[in-house]
Design a binder for this molecule. Structure first.
Ligand code: NOJ
Length: 514
């Protein structure tokens, strides 16, 4: 029996970057107790699911995406017991929690890797992708050599401090390479299944799977990687039918076939279609853009939805994440508000990155922290109030510098301001929860999405109409049904005249039809 977590279709996700959320022990770094402390806030906003970036033991060369021990919470965040308590407390409030599974690599100091580096053959020798001699190696893959007792070079996955776990090769080109169906990959699959079971047994509700599409090497159309995930899930599905897995893959055609419940459609350089709505120079939601075109994205999206339907799974849309440049760098708050109405009315599982509910800026030019490089500016501490360090920490030195905008942009202030982005986000989250036709049943009829047209219209379910007018003139839209009410609007209220609607300039609305 395959998994089919029904709760996903109405889930409102919040991505928490734990080191930047709230520091309760004064070391300048966020922690699990900090998340526990903010559950009232999370719940009141209308989020009912969390994705937590890796919290595990790590040397933190890549902010925790270099895992030393998959089963142990890093002391700077707390303990396994505290994480279990977080699951319990979240469940009590109806909030689910996804952890981050870095299945493709480990940290350079992981005990699995240390044993694999030994000259004498042992159980871990084929856990990683080794060559047969320190001087040999393929031309097409990154590797490191010269540090192990073992006479070999090892393939890496992302940074050179992240040795790649052995899921084998799809196309074998060298004598030392093993097929993805080989014995080494079988062992690694088993080890990763054990990690998944370990946390699901402790109460986690699933995983976001890091670089899920890059497991098997030289696997151009992902055939090998699909087969690996099918095997991983085959050992999980029966016992955990409600567990949810979301892939960082950006290819629903393959990821959903592989057994994921949802796949991230990413932004920035990862997904040119997605960026056309928010990030490009001439993005649809940029009000001053000389041209507006929603058709490219909508066509792409409709095509991706066919895979979601085929596999009874979902598309996951994001406001941004810890790798992308914050939305605020491309859009003003007014433009972000238009985009959020879009995000929360699309058939998808929406993920909001912490701070994006406030319009937290991207800080340029910050020194890199823990392998963040240009990403560091999207990872600054959550501003809770206008006190010291924006209420994030009592320490004089914080993990990443607090964004200088914190006196203007912080939770306390925005909670009180009915016109703030936070209040708008909160309203949308609650509407999405309440209006079942917005849930991800994947029913969407696009009524108008044209090239060179600053107007976008679609129907969700049978009765909810969503209209965007990003031009500087009022737009008229007619249909053959009467309108019952305007549920929500961004910027200015629409004028309803029977079966006709006048959408004011730079505005959008959500309407209920009779
Ligand atoms: C993707 C993660 O989102 C990113 O933060 C990390 O650096 C790489 N994968 C490597 O794990």
């Amino acid at each position: 029996m395959a998994r089919n977590p029904k709760w996903l279709k109405s889930a409102n996700f919040y991505e928490i970057y734990p080191q930047s959320f709230l520091d309760t022990n004064g070391d300048g770094i966020g922690d699990i107790k900090g998340i526990l402390k903010k559950l009232d806030y999370i719940e009141s906003m209308g989020f009912d699911a969390l994705w937590l970036n890796p919290l595990f033991l790590s040397p933190f060369f890549d902010a925790g995406y270099d895992v030393t021990d998959f089963r142990k919470v890093a002391p700077r965040y707390g303990t396994n017991k505290e994480l279990t308590k977080l699951f319990l407390e979240c469940h009590r409030r109806g909030i689910r929690v996804l952890l981050d599974l870095v299945a493709g690599h480990t940290a350079i100091d992981s005990p699995w890797f240390a044993k694999s580096c030994k000259a004498k053959k042992n159980e871990y020798s084929d856990y990683f992708l080794w060559t047969d001699g320190v001087w040999s190696g393929p031309k097409d893959l990154p590797m490191i050599r010269g540090f192990a007792e073992r006479n070999g070079a090892v393939i890496t996955n992302f940074f050179s401090i992240q040795p790649a776990l052995n899921y084998g090769y799809f196309k074998i080109e060298n004598p030392w390479e093993e097929s993805y169906k080989g014995e080494g990959p079988k062992k690694v699959i088993k080890a990763i299944q054990d990690v998944i079971r370990f946390w699901l047994d402790k109460g986690a509700d699933g995983f976001r799977c890091d670089m899920a599409g890059w497991l098997v090497k030289r696997d151009e159309d992902f055939e090998g990687t699909v087969s690996i995930w099918k095997e991983i899930f085959a050992g999980i599905d029966k016992d955990y039918p409600e567990a949810a897995f979301v892939s960082e893959w950006n290819c629903p055609r393959r990821s959903l076939e592989a057994g994921f419940d949802m796949d991230f459609l990413l932004q920035d350089e990862f997904n040119q279609y997605n960026s056309r709505m928010t990030r490009d120079k001439e993005a649809f939601f940029k009000l001053n853009s000389p041209t507006h075109d929603s058709s490219v994205f909508m066509n792409y999206y409709l095509e991706q939805l066919t895979y979601a339907r085929k596999y009874d799974a979902h598309l996951a849309m994001i406001t941004g994440n810890h790798d992308t440049i914050r939305l605020k760098k491309s859009l003003s708050n007014k433009e972000i508000a238009l985009y959020y109405l879009f995000l929360y009315t699309l058939p998808c599982v929406p993920f909001l990155y912490y701070g994006d509910e406030l319009g937290l800026p991207y800080e340029e030019g910050l020194p890199s922290v823990e392998g963040g490089y240009q990403r560091t500016g999207s990872r600054s501490p959550m501003p809770w109030n206008d006190k010291k360090n924006a209420g994030f920490s009592t320490n004089d030195k914080t993990y990443i510098k607090v964004d200088p905008s914190y006196r203007r942009i912080n939770v306390e202030k925005e909670e009180k301001d009915p016109r703030s982005l936070l209040r708008l986000t909160k309203c949308l989250l609650h509407i999405r929860k309440r209006e079942k036709e917005l849930w991800d049943d994947r029913e969407m009829t696009v009524l108008s999405a044209k090239k060179d047209d600053p107007f976008l219209a679609y129907l969700r379910g049978k009765n909810l109409l969503v209209l965007f007018n990003v031009s500087s003139e009022t737009r008229e839209f007619s249909l053959d049904r009467k309108i019952e009410e305007e549920i929500f609007f961004v910027e200015r209220k629409s004028e309803i005249q029977g079966k006709k609607i006048l959408v004011p300039p730079q505005s959008a609305c959500l309407l209920r039809l009779k």
